[in-house]
Write a protein that binds this ligand. Structure first.
Ligand SMILES: [Zn+2]
Length: 318
């Protein structure tokens, strides 16, 4: 399936449902105002900003759910109709929701983290050497903590505007949360410094770690390309297997949202080139968060990723 193709069927469903229903703010009347987040990373930021305030949060893509392929359910559409705000990643991460949120009737209440991500940090979204003009930017921006902290600052401003009665609390908590993100960035830099440059090769199922690679001086390679396309390209698989063999990559990583068969096939392709690489015991969190502490928070999942990368790549050379 084309990773960037918007589901016309899904768009039609949403459009017809909207035509049939109302779209008033907080339309149920009795509850707290609702804010919807598409991904766990965004939801976690909103929890940090609003916990304890009379604001209801809802997450669309929970643990194990791939935002690249997520399509709105009728329940989602109903919630979107009554939400005060829908916060999404943007840069076409939510390929099947993007046009609904950016061009449809919901666009007036949607806000993208990408809109506050610093332009100078944005990476091209390249697949097979080409950039799709409809989706030119790599969407995995939460893996660049310095850049993401600016997205969070944008979210703080947006939420403070939407909820002026809570603005002081939101701004105060936002400053604390941004400090935590920047501290985690510094911690990661220190933790990863134990890996010599030649060990900094991150191979995973789908290409979610390009920003991570830029931030922490890694090479990164993925079998499935940026969008988690299930049809792994055989040529790409062979090229990455050769890189693993040439660079003696000791471990390749599974991801929580990627079919483990992809990584297993890569392991076999490496073996065919005379190099034995191990599959990491535990997956990396790419586009989702995990269940339970510490991986159910953005920074918990990030720190866990860093620890697993250091552990996986820091082993003895074979
Ligand atoms: Zn992804």
């Amino acid at each position: 399936m084309d990773r960037r193709r918007v589901s016309l069927l899904g768009l039609g469903l949403v459009t017809s449902l909207l035509a049939a229903g109302c779209s008033g703010d907080d339309a149920d009347g009795g509850g707290h105002p609702l804010v919807i987040a598409t991904t766990g990373h965004i939801h976690d930021a909103l929890v940090n900003l609003t916990e304890g305030l009379p604001i209801e949060l809802r997450l669309l893509c929970g643990p194990g759910v791939d935002p690249h392929s997520y399509a709105a359910t009728t329940g989602d559409v109903s919630d979107m109709q009554r939400a005060r705000a829908i916060v999404y990643n943007g840069f076409h991460l939510e390929a099947q929701l993007g046009e609904i949120l950016e061009q449809g009737p919901m666009s007036g209440r949607s806000w993208a983290m990408a809109s506050a991500f610093p332009v100078s940090r944005v990476l091209d979204w390249v697949e097979d050497g080409e950039i799709d003009p409809g989706a030119p930017h790599d969407p995995h921006i939460w893996n660049h903590l310095a850049g993401w902290s600016e997205s969070v600052e944008g979210l703080v401003s947006h939420m403070a505007t939407l909820f002026p009665e809570h603005a002081e609390v939101i701004v105060d908590r936002g400053a604390t949360y941004v400090d935590e993100i920047r501290a985690a960035d510094a911690w990661a830099r220190e933790a990863l410094s134990v890996l010599p440059v030649e060990r900094r090769v991150l191979v995973s199922g789908h290409d979610a770690f390009n920003y991570f690679a830029v931030a922490y001086d890694f090479d990164t390679h993925a079998v499935l390309g940026v969008g988690n396309d299930p049809e792994a390209d055989i040529r790409t698989m062979q090229e990455i297997a050769q890189i693993c063999a040439d660079k003696k990559v000791p471990v390749i990583f599974l991801e929580s949202i990627t079919d483990p068969k992809v990584t297993q096939a890569l392991e076999e392709a490496c073996r065919g080139r005379g190099w034995t690489t191990a599959i990491a015991d535990e997956p990396l969190y790419s586009d989702d968060l995990g269940e339970g502490a510490p991986v159910d928070t953005y920074l918990g999942a990030f720190r866990t990723n860093v620890e697993r990368i250091v552990s996986g790549l820091g082993g003895d050379a074979r």
